[in-house]
Design a protein around this ligand. Structure first.
Ligand SMILES: *Cc1c(COP(=O)(O)O)cnc(C)c1O
Length: 451
């Protein structure tokens, strides 16, 4: 048990020793600290014993809730065998089992699994594979990439090069290769000034223009299928992904699907690509892969891509990380995938998605809610200063942040994306808990944005 003196020390040490990611420390140091001590299911508990609904799945990765019995057990059992052994020129049992399982559940056509440690490294591997694929397939001139405006694919330099969020990425431009950018199908703020009902997916024409002009030099297009996460939970119009797939095939450019956020049930299907019957050439998964327990990622490829690396030593994919295919993480992932089956998680998810859809309508009753977007069990509520003109709040107001602090007071942990409030609980949330979570978000927005 932590006593008051320990608590004061912990809070002081947090501020003294830790540099938090994506966090302006000068603001952070002025705020009340939040230190999580334990959790169960979708409830997190801080060091003072206050409980919170995990409204963003501990940053988009938790699937079956915390301390899920089966996953805990699998990790402990694996600890009794071996915690880590390398995949460089050798193998380990859970990594083999998981690779087989993944190939069974991903869109048919993806047949080989390359492991890494987190989303960014899975994307990094995907980009290097796409590049080297063409080097070794008689088209060394195909070396450029296309990415979407507002894209987010991670924070390592390659992933930053295909990023499209000014605030995160601009400063590093001189360090990265620059991908070609196409407009995001962000219907609420359509770059083409069109209306969603009548546009006929005009944004696909913009993609085709870039492909037509550049395809001879283009290696791949990378996309977050159906929904762009960090860019603001931008939900793409139906048919966009399929259209992009067709265009990539037409112009002989590889399609990389970044399913790091969308994979493992978030969108209502196991993978977002399934909604539009799309098979990418390369697919990256991570966040939900281990049920949100341990860092692990995989880059899956088609036989065609794998074969381009097959042969003499010079064709090798010279890439890999120390902890690649970590047995503990793979054991957690296997256990998570078993839970998906045994508990019919995807089936039980459908009524939750419908319930969320219903409840989200209420938000239009709040004066500063501009747009409400949903994809499966993910929602983004975009707050605006002026609903008529869609004028954003000044960034200095930190309206999203303030709403989330209020939600925290009321017992829900959220993290906004600028002025977009995100609701993304673990798939295991019950209807009652979901009801409570949505109510808290509603009243937090009302309390802060109507002031
Ligand atoms: C989170 C995320 C990443 C990066 O994953 P990390 O594990 O944070 O490196 C990449 N792409 C998408 C779509 C993501 O949501």
């Amino acid at each position: 048990m932590l006593i008051a003196k320990d608590l004061n020390s912990l809070e002081a040490w947090d501020k003294n020793y830790l540099w938090h990611p994506f966090t302006q420390m000068s603001s952070f140091l002025k705020e009340d600290p939040l230190i999580i001590k334990e959790a169960k299911g979708v409830i997190l508990k801080d060091v003072h014993g206050k409980e919170y609904l995990d409204g963003v799945s501990s940053l988009w990765c938790n699937i079956h809730g915390h301390r899920k019995k089966e996953i805990d057990k699998a990790i402990k059992a694996q600890l009794g065998r071996v915690a880590h052994s390398t995949l460089l020129g050798a193998s380990n049992v859970p990594s083999i089992m998981l690779a087989k399982r993944l190939v069974e559940i991903v869109p048919a056509g993806l047949s080989k699994v390359f492991y890494s440690d987190d989303g960014s490294t899975a994307v990094e591997a995907a980009l290097k594979m796409a590049f080297q694929y063409w080097q070794q397939s008689g088209h060394p001139e195909k070396r450029k990439f296309i990415a979407l405006e507002y894209a987010y694919h991670g924070d390592t330099l390659g992933a930053t090069g295909v990023g499209g969020i000014g605030q995160f990425h601009t400063v590093y431009r001189p360090l990265t290769f620059q991908a070609l950018s196409v407009p995001s199908p962000y219907c609420y703020r359509c770059a083409l000034g069109k209306d969603k009902e009548t546009c006929g997916l005009a944004c696909l024409e913009a993609v085709e223009r870039v492909l037509r002009q550049g395809h001879k030099e283009l290696a791949a297009l990378i996309i977050e299928p159906l929904i762009q996460g960090a860019g603001g939970m931008i939900v793409h119009p139906t048919g966009y992904l399929k259209g992009v797939r067709e265009l990539c095939s037409k112009y002989n450019v590889l399609l990389i699907a970044d399913e790091i956020l969308t994979g493992f049930g978030r969108t209502g299907r196991m993978f977002a690509c399934e909604h539009e019957g799309v098979v990418p050439d390369i697919m990256a998964v991570s966040k939900g892969l281990t049920g949100g327990y341990l860092p692990l990622a995989a880059t899956l490829v088609t036989e065609d891509i794998y074969n381009a690396f097959f042969g003499d030593q010079g064709r090798t994919f010279f890439h890999g990380h120390t902890y690649t295919g970590n047995p503990l993480a793979c054991a957690a992932a296997l256990a998570s995938l078993e839970v998906f089956e045994r508990e019919a998680v995807l089936k039980k998810l459908q009524p939750k998605i419908e319930f969320l859809r219903d409840r989200l309508q209420d938000f239009y009753g709040l004066g500063h809610v501009g747009d409400v977007r949903q994809c499966g069990l993910i929602a983004g509520i975009e707050l605006v200063k002026d609903r008529q003109t869609r004028e954003p709040y000044p960034a200095t107001e930190r309206i999203g942040h303030r709403v989330c602090l209020e939600a925290r007071n009321q017992g829900a942990l959220l993290r906004p994306l600028g002025d977009v409030i995100v609701i993304m609980p673990p798939l295991s949330i019950t209807l009652r808990q979901l009801d409570r979570l949505v109510s808290i978000v509603w009243s937090a927005i009302e309390a802060v944005a109507s002031r």
